[in-house]
Design a protein around this ligand. Structure first.
Ligand code: TNX
Length: 534
């Protein structure tokens, strides 16, 4: 019996699939048993990361004192500065685990990799077995390709509960992603409490009906409501911060603002009373360009900035039709007084006022690529969604860009052609293989220009995504592949090689209870979106 037990323990462990793939991995022979009795050595900032890490690894009662013998040691080490604040070196040997980084985020990412060295069931929140988790010996050196590794979620079209957002933060952090972009306002709902303007929520967070299909127009007859208090959002921000995720708020202006105008009609151009929108698409009602409206939004942003410490604040700027400004005597007078030649320039003027306000508060403006159209505000960062051209133009104009071209990054698109897995209305396809094929640096850019690509983002717009389970099914597993594109060194990925890696990885999602789509073996219609935009 003893002999058999020893054979089992010393049998070589299968090499786990690591996703995102680290920069360098050297497997060694042997293994280490990591149990609740294994002491952890960490001090200062490293201890907080260690506490969270022990819980994530199912080592609930592990003590943090070591007296010789095998241990897990976490240390901040300036000699690793070359790997950046998010890089780390992880060594698992027969006699212990050593994790080093120049900064706390690197230690956290090292723990995420260590987690993946454990069996998938360790992700289920289960305590480690008495004999410990068996961890294969390995030396890993790692760090991200891009500093900005984001995911956007639209909580305006469909409100998503706070519990879902906390789970989403966990999933992002586990995949070494570091920005959660919260799309908090749109035509169909305003979802953040603003104390100075209570009607934004009391009126703007409710709509009477919900569109379910656009060809032909169909409505569910179901009203939809929901908002977050500032206290709830502060809790989300703190939870994310502990996991090295920055929550970036987005407050849309001057388009996609019908819910705000419904609450405060004086923000609009027509004076007509409006309802919170029930249907999707681009709406004609946009903000007016009065000083009072700009002050209103500055006040809103002041409350938003008090909740979200993120240096970057997103102000939307997309899909703002100019008809109302063309027809409004007040907007035309404003244009003439400012000496502006077009309504596009008027939009740029509006955004510049807001950018200046953010700058005074030490923040930076991010906007969708339409903010380029009448000239870009100083210091603004462009989020390129209508293909890559916005990103290229921004960089060539001396600005930073974040790539989010819908053809590769919009996870509201369908994953397969399987009718059983269809959403009520789909718009285009985006297969897992296509996500993996995405290269965030546009070919047109030189190496020097490429440095201004901060990174990339996925987006989940939620017109047809009514609840958290449907949202998770749309996000996973494609988000995992996207995380790899942003973290791992550039390389041409063949789907044949990567697909089995994903099959292994999704066992972790399953242990976590994350809803997901199957790993799809079929490349669907080349993954090309069937709906063309821009
Ligand atoms: C375009 S992407 C939009 C959103 C929609 C999305 C649907 C962007 C900046 N604007 O308002 O939800 O398409 O995929």
């Amino acid at each position: 019996m003893v002999v058999i037990a020893m054979l089992v323990i010393s049998a070589p462990l299968a090499r786990p699939e690591l996703l995102p793939e680290p920069v360098s991995v050297r497997w060694k022979t042997g293994q280490f048993a990591l149990s609740s009795r294994t002491p952890w050595k960490a001090s200062g900032e490293a201890s907080a990361v260690g506490r969270l890490g022990r819980a994530q690894l199912g080592l609930m009662d592990a003590s943090s004192s070591a007296n010789g013998g095998p241990a897990v040691s976490l240390s901040l080490d300036d000699r690793l500065a070359g790997l950046g604040r998010e890089g780390y070196r992880l060594e698992v040997g027969r006699s212990g685990v050593s994790l080093r980084s120049a900064a706390a985020p690197g230690l956290f990412y090292g723990i995420q990799t260590l987690r993946q060295l454990l069996p998938a069931e360790a992700f289920g929140g289960k305590a480690a077995p008495r004999t410990g988790w068996r961890v294969p010996c390995v030396e890993i050196e790692d760090g991200p390709r891009f500093p900005w590794r984001g995911a956007h979620i639209d909580v305006a079209r469909h409100y998503m509960p706070k519990s879902f957002l906390l789970r989403f933060v966990d999933a992002l952090a586990m995949h070494k992603m570091n920005v959660l972009h919260l799309h908090l306002t749109d035509d169909q709902g305003w979802r953040i409490e603003i104390k100075r303007y209570p009607k934004l929520v009391s009126v703007g967070s409710h709509r009477k009906d919900t569109q379910t299909n656009d060809q032909p127009d169909e409505f569910s007859g179901k009203p939809h409501s929901g908002h977050y208090t500032q206290a709830e959002l502060r809790e989300l921000v703190a939870y994310a911060k502990a996991r090295f995720v920055t929550v970036m708020p987005e407050i849309e202006m001057p388009g996609h603002s019908q819910a705000a105008i419904a609450a405060y009609p004086e923000l609009g151009n027509t004076g007509r009373p409006l309802k919170v929108a029930t249907g999707w698409g681009v709406h004609e009602d946009v903000l007016n360009v009065e000083d009072a409206t700009i002050r209103f939004y500055e006040n809103v942003l002041d409350e938003v900035m008090a909740v979200f410490p993120s240096e970057y604040v997103h102000i939307g700027g997309d899909e703002a039709p100019k008809r109302q400004w063309r027809e409004s005597p007040a907007a035309q007078a404003r244009m003439r007084a400012l000496g502006l030649k077009s309504e596009d320039e008027l939009q740029s003027w509006f955004i510049r006022q807001i950018a200046a306000h953010l700058k005074k508060r030490g923040r930076r403006l991010v906007g969708w690529d339409e903010i380029l159209e009448g000239g870009l505000a100083d210091n603004a960062t462009v989020m390129s969604w209508r293909g890559e051209k916005g990103g290229v133009a921004a960089v060539r104009g001396g600005h930073d860009a974040i790539m989010a071209p819908h053809e590769w990054t919009y996870l509201d698109q369908r994953q397969t052609d399987d009718p059983a897995l269809e959403l009520p209305r789909g718009w285009g396809h985006l297969s897992l293989a296509r996500v993996w094929s995405y290269e965030p640096v546009p070919k047109a850019l030189s190496d020097a220009e490429a440095k201004r690509i901060l990174g990339a983002q996925t987006a989940l717009w939620t017109e047809v995504i009514p609840d958290a389970v449907t949202a998770e099914r749309q996000l996973f597993p494609r988000l995992c592949a996207f995380a790899e594109v942003m973290w791992s060194p550039r390389r041409v990925r063949s789907y044949e090689r990567e697909r089995p890696r994903m099959e292994a990885h999704v066992a972790r999602l399953d242990a976590l209870g994350v809803a997901r789509h199957p790993v799809d073996p079929i490349e669907v219609r080349g993954g090309v979106p069937s709906q063309s935009r821009s």
